[in-house]
Structure formats: C-alpha cells, structure tokens
Write a protein that binds this ligand. Sequence first.
Ligand SMILES: Nc1ncnc2c1ncn2[C@@H]1O[C@H](COP(=O)(O)OP(=O)(O)O)[C@@H](O)[C@H]1O
Ligand SMILES: [Mg+2]
Length: 389
Amino acid sequence: MKANPGGQIDLKSVVGRDRLIRQIWEIVEQQSLVITAERRIGKTTVMKKMAAEPQRGWMPVYQDLENCHTAVDFAMAVYKEVHQFLGNKGKLTRRSKEFLEKLGGIEISGIIKLPEKSAASWKDLLTRAIEDLIHENDEGTKLLFLWDEMPFMLMNIRNGEGEQTAMQVLDHLRWLRQTHSDLRMIITGSIGLHHVLTSLKEKNYANSPVNDMLAVDVPPLAEGDAAHLAGLLIVGEALKSPDRGMAATAIAKEADCFAFYVHHIVRGLKMQGWDASPESVAKVVTQHLLDANDPWQLIHYRERISTYYPNDQKAVTLVLDQLASQEEAAAVSVLLSMLKAAMPFDDRDSLIRLLSLMERDHYLKRDEAGHYHFRFPLIRRWWKMNRGL
Ligand SMILES: Nc1ncnc2c1ncn2[C@@H]1O[C@H](COP(=O)(O)OP(=O)(O)O)[C@@H](O)[C@H]1O
Ligand SMILES: [Mg+2]
C-alpha cells in the first residue's frame, strides 16, 4: 500500500474500521446518526466504505454537500443524485420530474434546472426526490443517505440565506425522517453540528431538529490497527527498516493513531530517503511540526478558534497555552485562577461551559479526577511549538 495522506484511498486500503462500521449499521436499523469527530480522523473514509459495501437490505447514497450554498442547491443535488442513481437502474424520477416540469424547469443534458423564481419550492423537490427513490426501490430495501459536510452546508445556507432557511432545512429533514419509517440519514462533517445549532439558537430557534438522531464519535484507529497500517505502508513504499514492527509501533504512537498522520509520516520517511526506525520517525514528526508550510494543516486548530468561540478567543487560547505548558492535567480551579490573573474573567460557570465545548471540539479531555488535558498529545506538542511555549 502506498502512502496517500488526504487523498481518496482505495477501499481495500481502509484499515481497522470494520467494527465501527458494523456498529453504525446496527444503530442505523433503529435510528439516524450524527457522526462527530476531529477533522482528518477518517469520517469520509468510513462513510464511503459504508456506501460501497452496504449491509443487506440497505441502499446507501453518499453525497458530499460541501459545494451546496443554498437550500435549492441541496434539493437539486439530492434530485440529481437520485436521478442518476435510478437512471443507472433503468428507472425514472417520475415524481420529481413531473414537479419540476410543472415549475417550468429546463432540461439540460438529462438534468432539469430549477428556475430562479421557484426557489421556495426546494422542500417539495427534496420530498419528491426522496419519495421517488423510496418508491422505485426494490421491495423491502431501506434508504440511507450519507451526507458528508452537512454542517458546512448549513453554515453556508445560514450565512447566505439566513438562520430561518438553515433551520427549515433541518426541520424538513426531521419531518422526512418521521414520515418515512424506512429512511435513515447519517450526517457528518468537519465542523461540529453543535456550532451551527448554537448559532441558530442564538437567533431564537428553539427546536431540537436532531434530537431523534444518535451522536456517535469516530475515534482514531486502535493502536494495533494504526501500527498495522504503518507496517503496510512501510512495505508498500519499500522502506528499509532494521525492525519493521518497532518502527510501525513508533509511527502509530507518534501519529496519535490518526491514519492521516500515519500516511504522512511514511511519506516523509520516503521523501527523506530514511530507513524506518523509531529515531527517524521522531525526526520526521518534529520536522513536519516545525515546517512553515504546515503539511499537516495543524494551524486549523488555532484558526478555527475565532469562528468557534467568537466571544472567548482569549480565554480559550490561554487555557490551551496553560495545558500545553504543564505536564499534568489541570483542575478547573487552577484554570480559573490562571484566567483571573491574566484577564477579566471570574466566572466559574462560564469556564465550565467553555471547557465542555472545548471537549466537544476535541481539544480537551477530562480524566477521572475531572482534570483537563489535551485530547491528542500530538496536537499539544504542535501547540507548544507553534506558540513558542
Ligand atoms: N481506515 C483508514 N485506513 C487507512 N487510511 C485512512 C483510514 N481513514 C483515513 N485514512 C487516511 O486519512 C485521510 C483522511 O481521512 P478522511 O476520511 O478524509 O478524514 P475526515 O473525513 O475525517 O476528515 C485519508 O485520505 C487517508 O489517507
Ligand atoms: Mg471528510
């Protein structure tokens, strides 16, 4: 297997997700899901594998919604996907086509374009496209939409069309889930859905449009699987190694078991022409963490703070600085005293709320004593270097 960090990997090269995927299929039998996880942990890979190898009785449809900027874009994207999907089976999107024709949509190379003035009809179009799929489906097959980057799309819709439309999309999806008992959705993406929902709540949308969905966290790979992946990549890239097992374990550890960083480390060794050994692995990681080009795109952990915590940027940064500087985990009271000394901040409740949000965003983790530390040692190390601590 060749190193391919961030690229589309061949499904046969997906390592260590069988158990998670089995669990997700089990949950999908009962309800829809919101998959949360840190960026680059392998969410898209899991979704694509599920789409390519469906459980019996299921028809999965994977869609990346990153490029949808409006509710109409979304409805059209779903319609197009359904149209193509059914077209491949020699079937028609009867309901949505009729509806679109009634609206005066224009057909361009088999796909109908929605006229501007009908923008408000996106709900009907979405409903009909999904119903087309349900009705043309083989008897007894259930429908699963795998919607990648949905929170990003909702943010786009919120920014462009307003909170109300973003909320309507969520409400309408919920209505569809309730109306069709054989329909399931898995929503995931690089932005936490909770950030979108919080911003909608601030505008007084009090609904809980996803409380019928189960939140599932995708963890990094198990240590054994990450080492297995590293081993396959060492062989695939024909790296020399005095002890391949030891080198693979070192790679898994240094990468915090993120498949993405495992790929990067092996690629780094290959580029340097180094043998795979624990020492060369450590050298590559340090090199990458210090590289001004930021090949692992870690700056994202800093840059997103202003979007995620617009009113608490300073406090969040100070907490991370503190936890990067000290070896041991910190109690809330310690963090509160530190903040008090550094800025006007004297509210324990606000701090607890902030810490729990940082936990949800995968910056932090709490130990059994309730003390906070960085969730990922690699990110801590990078933070420390990046901030010159
Ligand atoms: N299970 C896996 N086995 C092997 N490589 C993986 C696996 N999961 C992720 N990767 C690697 O990590 C990269 C990022 O994964 P991706 O699924 O795009 O993450 P996310 O969608 O969470 O940001 C992929 O391009 C691939 O190189
Ligand atoms: Mg992804």
